[in-house]
Structures are given as structure tokens and as C-alpha cells.
Design a protein around this ligand. Sequence first.
Ligand code: NAD
Length: 294
Amino acid sequence: KLPKIAWIGLGIMGSPMAENLIKAGYDVTGFTLEQDKLDRLAKNGGSAAASVAEAVRDADVVITMVPADPQVKAVILGEDGVLARARRGATVIDMSSITPQTSVAVAEAAAALDKDLSVLDAPVSGGEAGAIEAVLSIMVGGEQAVFDRSKPILDALGKTVILCGPHGSGQTVKAANQLIVAVNIQACAEAVVFLEKSGVDLDAALDVLAGGLAGSTVLARKKDNFKKRDFQPGFRIDLHHKDMGIVSDAARSVGAALPVGAVVANLVASLRAQGDGGLDHSALLRGVERLSGV
Ligand code: NAD
């Protein structure tokens, strides 16, 4: 019999991911703050709970997918949270992108409870499209045995599922992912403004660039956002700002220099300060346009 799943956090990523588990045959009970997302889960074959406590009560595996450290602390470590209310022996998989320290703190808090709980950090890359198509890259931190028995669930959500090391390692790898993605988007945005100002046909240019060494998943996925100036999220600037903070702090703590990353982190922060935090991260193009007088 498949394990019973509780899913906390049914946003842009969580909703399609939870639905993929339902399609794979899992019994999923969810809780999130928006009623329309709970209705959507129920309509698609899941069960809506009225609280975290109710959702996790009899679950074998609890998965969380919430915005950032404060929500993870509230949902997992809070008084009526996942650790307090999960049944003995449950596995808690946090798929949110947060600091490695908080993932380690969650694992330590779980161990201290003496309820035989297991914990993994399992943040993802691949965006909303990757979530919908179940082709996410899933970077996992935790123990091998817990990873092995959780792998069938993660395989229903992603295509590349890899244990990277002990608790927090998944988050460290995700931080590197966010550094690469932000720098790549910024480079593409600079190329787009340069090409348009030069009067070259943008479609032709991006198509031929995509076929060479300049090609990337970012270029392929964000091409239409750039062309149409469609900055509907996707992945919000606010969340990428959070992630640039995570990678900056983590890199500083180990003495790794991020000279270009620091500049791009500043550009992300500047967009946010200008009121664009709710836009997709492809809106880094807007920043380049402003700097270029477009
Ligand atoms: P989102 O804002 O769309 O969804 C977050 C969900 O968490 C919301 O539905 C909200 O109701 C729920 N939530 C917040 N606090 C809660 C609480 N106390 N109890 C219950 N539910 C609560 O965010 P998202 O884009 O789905 O991102 C979720 C996480 O995944 C973030 O850490 C993000 O960095 C990461 N991520 C996002 C993408 C992307 O492309 N959007 C890609 C990879 C990783």
C-alpha cells in the first residue's frame, strides 16, 4: 500500500506537484492558506484539511512547499506544526528553498522529539513548467536510508533526483542553482536589450543563440517572456531576492567569493525596491532597459 501523504503549501509549485502524486495513485491531504487552492486540490482528487495539524495527523509522509524560512519554521516547528502533530515514525520532506541552517535545525528538532521521525531537505529546480510536467531536478539532503525509501515519491515529482549529502546539502546545492539561474537571466536580458538596440531581428538571434554554447534552459524557457515583456510569475523576484540572500550568506560563511553574483543580487534587490517584486524573475530585463534608457 502506498504511503499516505500530507501536503502543506499549495502555491505555484505545490499545487501541480501534489496533483502529480494524486495521479501516481497516492492519497493526498493538503493544507494551504488560500481557499481556492484547497478547492482545486479537492476537485482534482485530494482532500482539503482545515489546518496543518489536521492534514498531518495520520500521514506517513508530510511534504512542505512554502515560501521561505519563516513559513518553514512556523509550519514545521510551530506549536501546532508538523513535528508536534505528525504521527510516530512519519517522514517529513521539506521542498521549500530555505537556508541550510534551518534545514539542519528542523532535522535536529525532529530527532530531539523521540518520535522516530525522519527528515529530508529536498528543494527543487525546474520552475512551474517542471512542476506541472513532473520533470523537476530534486536536490536532497539527509540520510541514505530515508532517501532510498522516499525516492518513489520524489520520482513522481521529478526526473533528476539526487542525494547530495547530509541535512542541509540539498539547500546548499539549490543556493548554487539560484546563483547560476540569476546570472544567466541577467546575461540573457543584457543580450536582448543589446540586440534590440542594434536593430537585429530578435527571433532569429535568440533561435541561433539557443543552438550554440549560449543556449540554456533559461534562454529556452524565458525567451517568450523576454520577447513579449510578459512578466507574469513563474518565479517571483521576491523569492529570487530571498535566494540571493541565502547564497550570499552561505558563500560568505565558507569564504567563497561571488563577485558577479553580488552584482546580480543587487540588481534583483533594486527591482524589488522599485516595486517589481511580484513579477517573474525574467523582469531583470526591465532593470537592464532602465539602465539603457529604454
Ligand atoms: P507560492 O507563494 O506560490 O506558494 C506558497 C504557498 O505556501 C502558498 O499557497 C501559501 O498559502 C502557502 N503557505 C504559506 N504559509 C503557510 C502556512 N503557514 N501554512 C500553510 N501554507 C502556507 O510559492 P511557490 O512559487 O510555489 O514557491 C514555493 C517554494 O518553492 C519557495 O521556497 C520557492 O523559492 C521554491 N521554488 C519555486 C519555484 C517557482 O518557479 N515558483 C521553483 C523552484 C523552487
